[in-house]
Design a protein around this ligand. Structure first.
Ligand code: DHB
Length: 311
């Protein structure tokens, strides 16, 4: 049987497939569903200093090949996730990942410090949602990213990575990689939803979601090729010194295989988990193992990053 185990920042994961921050990971009940599923880690909802209600509903819609959302970071505040991590750690033996998405440098520093003393194994730093009204996508501001990473690096004791928005230009990949390499970042997660798409209902002639005039982050198959490109480019730029986690449009073992071939050390399910429920983790894992068996691969390192080009 193919071995699809992996390690992120030396934290062992039984398989390379787990949930992305965002869907159905806000409450303890939801996190326990993930804990009991085949997800190889328990990723928690991006948290802010104080609890947030999020944007007005409807704020999520399924699309034919994906999703649109403008959730606006509804979450119970970081103290709840510190508490949840203690409960989950006692009850389950899966790695726990906190996702931190503070509104200011100070908030992020406060939350990193709090998770230093919580039983989380990894931290995914998510510097800026595309949906927070009045806030730009921080990942596109290289100077701001530098300031944020400098500040959190000073206090972080847990291994941490950065969730990045999609980039579309080689210069931007290089600029962001240069910033990230200055700090003890262990992994990057590519990609966050593609910000500010617009979905319409031609019958009612209305937008599908309410916040921000209908604009929201796009997920699912629509973004797979952008996600793959981002995973690949950062894999090349980091030369195995910083790991890559792929997310964006992964619904099958074949999708997962392509991300690992591009260089990902693990993959996350977001829209797929939202639409298919917790059974999807096992499906993707089983399909990935089957593809590896057919190809004669025994472990992920047999093909990770080994994508061939046509030159
Ligand atoms: C939200 C969306 C994101 O893409 C993100 O990174 C964080 C939060 C949201 O709208 O809740």
């Amino acid at each position: 049987m193919a071995d699809i185990s992996t390690e992120i920042a030396e934290v062992k994961l039984e398989t390379c497939v787990f949930n992305a921050s965002g869907p159905k990971d806000e409450t303890l009940e939801e996190l326990e569903v993930i804990a009991r599923s085949k997800s190889s880690a328990i990723m928690m909802k991006s948290c802010t200093l104080l609890p947030r209600e999020g944007n007005p509903k409807p704020r999520y819609a399924d699309l034919e090949f994906g999703s649109i959302n403008s959730m606006g970071l509804p979450n119970l505040g970081y103290r709840a996730y510190v508490k949840f991590s203690k409960i989950l750690d006692k009850k389950y033996s899966k790695p726990i990942i906190a996702s931190i998405c503070g509104m200011t440098v100070k908030d992020n520093v406060t939350m990193f410090k709090a998770f230093n003393d919580a039983p989380v194994d990894l931290i995914e730093f998510n510097p800026g949602s595309p949906n927070t009204i009045g806030q730009p996508i921080i990942g596109y501001d290289f100077r701001e990213m530098n300031q944020l990473l400098k500040a959190v690096s000073k206090v972080a004791k847990k291994p941490f990575g950065v969730k990045l928005p999609p980039y579309f230009d080689f210069v931007h990949f290089e600029q962001m990689a240069k910033v990230i390499k200055k700090y003890p970042v262990k992994f990057v997660t590519c990609i966050n939803s593609v910000g500010n798409g617009l979905a319409v209902d031609p019958i009612t002639e209305k937008t599908l979601i309410k916040p921000k005039g209908g604009f929201g982050g796009i997920g699912g198959t629509y973004i797979k090729f952008t996600a793959l490109a981002n995973a690949r480019k950062f894999y090349e730029l980091f030369e195995n010194k910083i790991q890559v986690i792929g997310v964006g449009g992964i619904f099958s073992g074949l999708d997962a295989f392509e991300f690992i071939l591009a260089g990902a050390s693990a993959i996350q399910l977001s829209t797929a988990f939202m639409q298919k429920g917790p059974a999807i983790f096992e499906i993707v894992q089983r399909e990935l193992k089957e593809i590896m068996r057919k190809k004669g691969y025994e472990k992920l390192s047999d093909f990770r990053g080994k994508l061939k080009t046509l030159d």
